[in-house]
Design a protein around this ligand. Structure first.
Ligand code: SF4
Length: 437
């Protein structure tokens, strides 16, 4: 699937998020499913084709990890759950049902929690869709990518446009009332007219949410090699910018809120799970390669107020090793230390006040609402303008930022140069003196 962001963090020391504008109130849980029927040639996610024999053992290991976290964190509140990968819909429905049941037992899943599952169009049978709903999944994300059959082939996708439209209709018929469609633009040899056709047809379907991703050439993917060898044309960034601008206008006219650089929703139906990442709120990832951001004193409970001993950590990437290691006993005590000493984590990093600041700026500036002055003050104990005044003035003068009373946000021109703006704030964060740091 193609949700590009696999990160997020803070509640006790930061704002108290709640509601669609401000994100979830509890922990956000990401569940990684590392299986795909075939590997798309542009994809660098931690996902594999041809290891289906591992699926039963993997589901057992995943359930073990879920119960481990529920136990060690004392059944914490969870307000969003996201099954991503990989292709969660490629796993037999009974497996997804068992994982959902384990999550609902191990965690205190709030009423009205957003529970999303990523799916490939070819996997969306009516029967399975109905069972997803029965298991508690209430939001479906479908990897449509394009409604042009030639472009889908060039992306090495297995589905065609008719299958994608059929999957959307089946999800509606099954009862899903919150559907995201992923689309890609800026593809090799894609014309603006082809993009318009895909976008216009997609809007006509009436989804609640759209995620639009520009193709990026990831190093060491087959597509990268094909472009380097001249077999495939290099994507044109100017054309991609034209496509993005068309999307901004067309989706605005259709009534969508452009709430994050790559995401649009009908009012109130932003992805609450991804808002946790952009608001730098806490999240737990389970499965190989999953990232987490928790905080609290070592050995203490997650979310202890006022603590700066926050940690980001990433699980080891190999699904096979993940299954093997979770088959053994795990040490007692602090859960991050326990997984680390069992060999299940690739990295554990403390989050300092400076990195917390840099992350908050980098992720928050992606949102159309930007960084709010009151939330910044509550989280860091100083005024936004005291921290970044000269930079805010410079970027506002260049027309890249809007600086008004609620806070700062990217201007329309700034959207196309977002990465440069984020980098400037990350660099400037290193020089900010935070109270108590
Ligand atoms: S289906 Fe999604 S996760 Fe799987 S290989 Fe293709 S892009 Fe990657």
């Amino acid at each position: 699937m193609d949700s590009r962001i696999r990160v997020g963090h803070a509640e006790a020391s930061g704002p108290q998020p709640g509601g669609p504008d401000t994100g979830p109130t509890g922990l956000s849980l990401y569940v990684h499913i590392p299986f795909c029927e075939t590997k798309c040639h542009y994809c660098d996610f931690n996902t594999y084709a041809g290891i289906e024999a591992l699926i039963p053992g993997y589901l057992t290991a995943l359930e073990t990890e879920i119960r481990f976290w529920g136990d060690r964190l004392d059944r914490p509140a969870v307000s969003t759950i996201f099954f991503g990968g990989g292709t969660p819909s490629y796993v037999p429905i009974e497996g997804i049902e068992a994982i959902c049941a384990a999550i609902f037992e191990a965690f205190d899943v709030s009423e009205g929690a957003e529970v999303t599952l990523e799916s490939n169009p070819g996997d969306c049978s009516k029967r399975d869709l109905t069972r997803y709903l029965g298991a508690g999944i209430n939001r479906l994300s479908i990897g449509v990518q394009s409604l042009d059959d030639g472009l889908l082939k060039s992306l090495s996708r297995r589905h065609d446009s008719a299958t994608a439209i059929g999957a959307y209709r089946s999800a509606r018929d099954a009862g899903f009332d919150n559907i995201n469609l992923d689309l890609m633009f800026g593809l090799s040899a894609q014309t603006v007219d082809q993009w318009r056709d895909t976008l216009d047809q997609t809007v006509a379907l009436g989804p609640e949410h759209l995620s639009l991703y520009a193709l990026t050439l990831e190093p060491e993917t087959p597509l990268d090699a094909m472009v380097k060898s001249g077999e495939v044309e290099e994507p044109d960034p100017d054309l991609a910018a034209d496509m993005y601008l068309y999307a901004e206008t067309a989706l605005g006219d259709a009534g969508f809120d452009h709430y994050e650089i790559s995401n649009w929703s009908t009012p109130g139906l932003e992805s609450r799970h991804n808002l946790a990442y952009w608001l730098n709120a806490p999240y737990l990832g389970v499965g190989p390669g999953a990232h987490s951001y928790l905080y609290g004193p070592a050995g203490g409970r997650y979310g202890a107020a006022g603590s700066w001993s926050e940690r980001r950590f990433a699980a080891l990437r190999s699904p096979r090793r993940y299954v093997d290691l979770l088959g053994g006993a795990l040490p007692d005590g602090d859960p991050v230390d326990a997984l680390s000493s069992a060999g299940l984590l690739d990295s554990v990093e403390p989050v300092t006040p400076a990195t917390e600041l840099a992350d908050t700026m980098m992720m928050g500036m992606r949102l159309s609402r930007g960084i709010r002055s009151d939330e910044f003050r509550a989280r860091f104990g100083l005024e936004l303008h005291d921290a970044f005044g000269p930079l805010i003035d410079e970027l506002s003068g260049m027309g890249l930022l809007v600086d008004d009373k609620p806070g700062i946000r990217l201007s329309e021109d700034g959207h196309l140069l977002g990465n440069e703006v984020f980098e400037r704030f990350v660099t400037a964060s290193a020089d900010v003196e935070l109270p108590g740091s």
